[in-house]
Ligand binder design. Sequence first.
Ligand code: HAM
Length: 436
Amino acid sequence: MAQIIKAVRGTRDILPPDTALWQHVEQACREVFHRYNFHEIRTPVFEDTQLFARGVGEETDIVSKEMFTWEDRPRAQSEKAQSLTLRPENTAGVVRAYIEHKMGETGKLQKLYYMGPQFRRERPQKGRYRQFYQIGAEALGPPSAGSESPARDAEIIAMLAHLLREVGIKQWTLQLNSVGCAEDRARYGQALREALAGVKDKMCGDCQRRAETNPLRVLDCKVPEDQPIIDALPKISAYLDEPCREHFNQVKKILNHVDIRYEINERMVRGLDYYTRTTFEFTHGGLGAQSALLGGGRYDGLSEALGGPKAPGIGFALGLDRFVLALQSEETVGIPDLNPVVYVAPLGQGMNAEAAVIARDLRKHAIATELGDETFKIKKSFEAAERAGAKYILFVGENEAATGQFGLKHLKSGEQVTVKREELVEKLRGAKPAAD
Ligand code: HAM
């Protein structure tokens, strides 16, 4: 027998009925984004490797260890092979598109959202996959469009609280920080470097390296023995300049006003180098080790780092895989029922055609319908209707076709009524698919 081929490690299939839950989250996101005037952007799944090296940062885990990168075949012998990478995140791609399509020249704030797969070669575990799905949004534009305003930061965070409510996730915590501007980060980085000089020998290999190359990344370390050392390091808040401090105060003030609770977490510098000023994460208790439901922040210098115009921005990305796990752990929302309302059972030879007409008419009226086969005996039709999760079964035999009167049976209660052909739609339209 031929060997079975399985999905690659770190990738998985999402099957029904779980896909209904995925659609539920996607739909809620689209609706909420629309209310906040965000519009969809779709960028390619792979990009020039340089985009991530320059955008996300060479020293980040994502770029230094986790990217799926390959050399493309050169088009001509004289050409150099281009290095390509499956996107590990979508912000860099959105900003590249913003620059490439001169979206800043419209003078307006661009509010863009995306949904799609991202790829990181991480060690797979619950909530962490090599192909995972993000839904994210970015608000960026020229400073004259208000893109630097703390109102934008607070609006995005408020939108997320709204979104979580709509989706049905209740047990979340918001962690908030400000990592300041590039100058603050440079001064803070220097302070960290000095503080680390005396203690780094007692730390893990990654921290020892980062203490030299990118000391802020030390704050991301999860090694338990390193935690007391990291907790004693200088704090970012002491290094914010006046405009950054005031910006952060304004963000907090608006959040307080709109009743959004948050915790300040000064160690949250996030795993990507483009962040400036506000950073945030929403975590969830039901997710285990991979507790970050979503993360985001401001990236005021990213466009310029990618060769574009000044275009401050702020955004986030949520892990769709983790949203679904969080929903399942809360048990507050059942999987939305996408089962058919009715199973149309042709009864006897030659009845497939008549049943097809009835099924077509019901479906035209937006009634989810499953269609059987005339070779099925009554018992088998009942079994098939049960398996399909239908609420009703409708028999279409010669007699029914001739009289225009159909037997409609509620599968759970066993109650049967006779319904005229022209009243079928009306009778079934009110019936929700959920088994009641
Ligand atoms: P990130 O924190 O790297 O940020 O990812 C955002 C979210 O994606 C995480 O909170 C998590 O829910 C999910 N995620 C990340 N890696 C995995 C994985 N291996 N498996 C499953 N889920 C995962 C960003 O990607 C930024 N681009 C967010 C952003 C947008 N910042 C500003 N704008």
